[in-house]
Write a protein that binds this ligand. Structure first.
Ligand SMILES: [Fe+2]
Length: 352
């Protein structure tokens, strides 16, 4: 009887020829039909107590204007070469009294959250006064520069979509003529006067795809959040509000949406997971987050990343309510049907 057992052939020479032809055998590539996302990012907390001194030390390393346009330290996820998450990059930036950072513009969008000091960012000719907790926008291709007339160092959180834009091969940037500060063509905070009270000018002239507001003042945002929290009966799971474009009700800029949340002292939030990544910055209070079963402690001005599809919940320490700012790449997911979200009372126990 004929032996029908087939001998295992050696196909290595075949695979060498595939490699030379720049093709790969799909059946050998792991994860091509993975049931859940494969991630190149992990949760991490950047501590203000550790990074602020490094930022101040940078004053001896780099002069604003001569050596660099910006004195900023970007947060790279421990599993990535660049990017706090796969779409977002966050970091701290320092401007000293009397310093200026010249105008430029670029296709990546940026948000800023002022943490210490005060000063001005000029956005397309409008000088925007930045005070602690204020959210300031520099949407794609808006001219922006920074000037600091105060007497204490000014530090803010930067948040940009550079990893996403680079991934689309769409990063462009331009220096302002003569690397100068731009002309002030608008009154201070004029966009807040025009669009900042739940009303818009009756003669609608705004046609851009981002919010016409260059600033969301913390005083207004926090007051609104706390009144909402009170009106909901001060839920122990906390309350959260989204910053919106007053024209559309959509995100403040096309790729990034921002939130402000309050968690009362000694309470915990519900648990969430979603495909967008999220960067949280602590504006008030202290506490910790459970992210996929691990504990990450945080205090004022720390920021931390929750990667895609990670369960997380926040706990505020006793003594002071926690106020968390967050930014998310969620608007990138929605148009393509890629947004998945789940909630639970608590972070589920990790599967073994
Ligand atoms: Fe910039």
């Amino acid at each position: 009887m004929e032996n029908r057992m087939t001998e295992k052939k050696d196909h290595s020479e075949y695979f060498e020829r595939l490699k030379a032809a720049h093709v790969a055998a799909l059946w050998t590539i792991p994860g091509t039909l993975a049931e859940e996302p494969t991630l190149d990012e992990v949760p991490h907390v950047w501590k203000a107590k550790e990074i602020f001194p490094l930022l101040h030390e940078a004053v001896d390393v780099v002069d604003l204007g001569d050596d660099a346009d910006r004195r900023a330290l970007n947060a790279s996820n421990p599993k990535r070469v660049f990017g706090t998450s796969h779409n977002l990059v966050a970091g701290y930036q320092l401007v000293l009294p009397g310093e200026t950072a010249p105008a430029h513009r670029h296709t990546p969008s940026a948000i800023r959250l002022l943490l210490e000091g005060s000063g001005h960012t000029t956005v397309d000719g409008e000088p925007v006064l930045m005070e602690p907790g204020d959210l300031v926008l520099t949407p794609p291709m808006t001219w922006h520069d920074h000037r600091h007339e105060g007497d204490t160092p000014m530090i803010w959180l930067d948040g940009l979509d550079v990893p996403f834009v680079r991934g689309q091969h769409a990063q462009f940037a331009e220096e302002y003529p003569n690397e100068a500060l731009q002309d002030l063509t608008e009154a201070e905070d004029v966009s807040v006067a025009r669009y900042g009270a739940g009303m818009i000018p009756a003669e609608r002239t705004w046609t851009k795809n981002h919010s016409p507001l260059n600033k969301y003042p913390y005083k207004t945002s926090k007051e609104s959040l706390l009144r909402f929290h009170e009106s909901e009966g001060r839920p122990s799971t906390g309350s959260s509000m989204e910053y919106v474009n007053p024209i559309t009700g959509g995100p403040v800029i096309p790729t990034i949406t921002c939130f402000l949340s309050v968690q009362e002292a000694g309470t915990k939030s519900r648990a969430y997971r979603h495909t967008p990544s999220k960067v949280f910055c602590v504006l008030e209070g202290s506490g910790y987050s459970i992210i996929n079963g691990e504990r990450y402690d945080w205090e004022k001005h720390d920021f931390f990343v929750v990667p895609s599809w990670h369960w997380y919940e926040h706990h505020a320490n006793e003594g002071e309510d926690a106020v968390l700012f967050s930014m998310s790449d969620r608007p990138i997911y929605e148009p393509f049907g890629l947004l998945r979200e789940q909630t639970a009372d608590a972070v589920p126990a990790a599967k073994n």
